[in-house]
Design a protein around this ligand. Structure first.
Ligand code: FAD
Length: 382
């Protein structure tokens, strides 16, 4: 694929760059959790109002019906400008776009894209993280005259990001009594204010409150809230995880490149520690970043050719994690105690880089996927 912009893409890029110069917040993202959430929500609504969210979504869903390269340019420019990132709900929006009924798409996508309605993803459970197929939250069919009219949900989710304050949850639950592993699981669209749902924030070691435990005690939703067919949940979940990667990754490449350039400049100007081991760490981060960039471009190029995301996305996730962690570890070492004593922003970036190897499937699980599903190697022990 030719990565140079077409004339139309160039126009879009320069228009968005100009818009960012005028409208990107000058102040850093607040570290304090509530202020941070409010700041990002306001930013996402401003981006949407200006026509920059849902670029590749159909017009009737509130998008602009453009090819995915426009999403990549959007993220690239955000990252290069050091502006706050765009909304990260692409996987939920794609699940509804691809598997939702006409009515569900019409009802949910506009609110999701405009950030007027907030969503969370209820997959992980205390006994089902890496081994998601072990999930035990039940969605018991409620029947009337032999027809399913609703689902009664009982169980617990954990590590649900942004659940406190969310309006809806994309929930994975076992709808077929007695089923096990990947079978008998369904996806439900659940209003978070349904009676029987108790959402409790988890305060992490770094003081954030972005996660929650969500308890379901007989919470009942209408049958119309089923996404796709009964029992199709596992297939939907797997397709959705693929959409966690994509054009947004280009934005992270630009963001990391910006941080790396900043560190390089500061090192050259003599304002950072520059012992040989630290110089080597910075060089390693540079090499990691170049490898990530090539992989992300390759993925985007195959997306442009029309292929749907598959297990190869695990390679992107692994390289993303490696680069994020090597870069931000080097940053902490090069800057010494300063990040700990000053604004806390660098520390926040460092903590986030550590989380990269856990969310969306841990690095061990990603390597398993590459071994089994990309390289087709036999399972361990066989
Ligand atoms: C920032 C962040 C945001 C998140 N947001 C959400 C969210 O919005 N919704 C949601 O549902 N979940 C969310 N999660 C949860 C996340 O998906 C899980 O933490 C993750 O899947 C790992 O599950 P676990 O924590 O139960 O760890 P476990 O599965 O218990 O794993 C513990 C360790 O054992 C290793 N391990 C497990 N099985 C194997 C194996 N077969 N082979 C080799 N090693 C193995 C793991 O790699 C890991 O190192 C989030 C997590 C983080 C950190």
């Amino acid at each position: 694929m030719d990565f140079r912009d077409s004339p139309e893409e160039r126009d879009f890029r320069s228009q968005f760059r100009g818009w960012l110069t005028e409208h990107a917040p000058g102040e850093p993202i607040p570290v304090e959790p509530e202020a941070r959430a409010a700041f990002l929500l306001a930013w996402h609504r401003r981006l949407y109002a200006a026509g920059y969210v849902g670029l590749s979504f159909p017009v009737e869903s509130g998008g602009r019906g453009l090819p995915p390269t426009y999403e990549a340019i959007f993220n690239d420019e955000l990252g290069a400008a050091g502006a706050p990132p765009g909304p990260a709900f692409g996987h939920i929006a794609n699940a509804i776009r691809l598997h939702g009924s006409e009515e569900q798409r019409r009802r949910h996508l506009p609110g999701l894209l405009s950030s007027q309605v907030r969503w969370c993803q209820g997959f992980s459970e205390p006994g089902a993280g890496s081994d998601l197929a072990n999930l035990s939250t039940r969605a018991q069919a409620v029947e009337m005259n032999g027809a399913v009219t609703g689902y009664r949900i009982t169980g617990q989710k954990i590590w649900t990001s942004e659940a406190v304050g969310a309006d809806w949850c994309l929930l994975l639950a076992r709808s077929e009594p007695g089923s096990c592993r990947h079978h008998g699981i369904s996806v439900l669209l659940v209003p978070m204010r349904t009676p029987g749902i108790d959402c409790r924030a988890i305060v992490t070691a770094s003081g954030t409150r972005e996660f929650a435990e969500v308890f379901f005690d007989g919470a009942e939703v209408d049958a119309a809230n089923l996404l796709g067919r009964p029992g199709q949940g596992w297939a939907i979940a797997m397709s959705l995880l693929g959409y966690e990667r994509g054009p947004a990754d280009i934005g992270w490449v630009s963001r990391f490149a910006r941080t790396l350039r900043l560190l390089e400049d500061q090192a050259r100007a003599g304002s950072l520690r520059t012992e040989p081991a630290l110089r080597a760490a910075l060089a390693k981060a540079y090499v990691d970043l170049r490898a990530l960039q090539v992989q992300v471009q390759r993925t985007l190029s195959s997306r442009m050719d029309g292929s749907t995301p598959g297990p190869e996305g695990s390679i992107d996730k692994l390289l993303m994690t490696r680069t994020d962690q090597s870069l931000h570890r080097a940053m902490m070492d090069l800057r010494g105690a300063e990040p700990l004593l000053e604004d806390g922003l660098d520390l926040d970036l460092y903590f986030w880089s550590r989380a990269q190897s856990i969310f969306g499937g841990t690095s061990q699980i990603q390597r398993d996927i590459v071994a089994q599903r990309v390289l087709k190697l036999p399972r361990a022990g066989k």
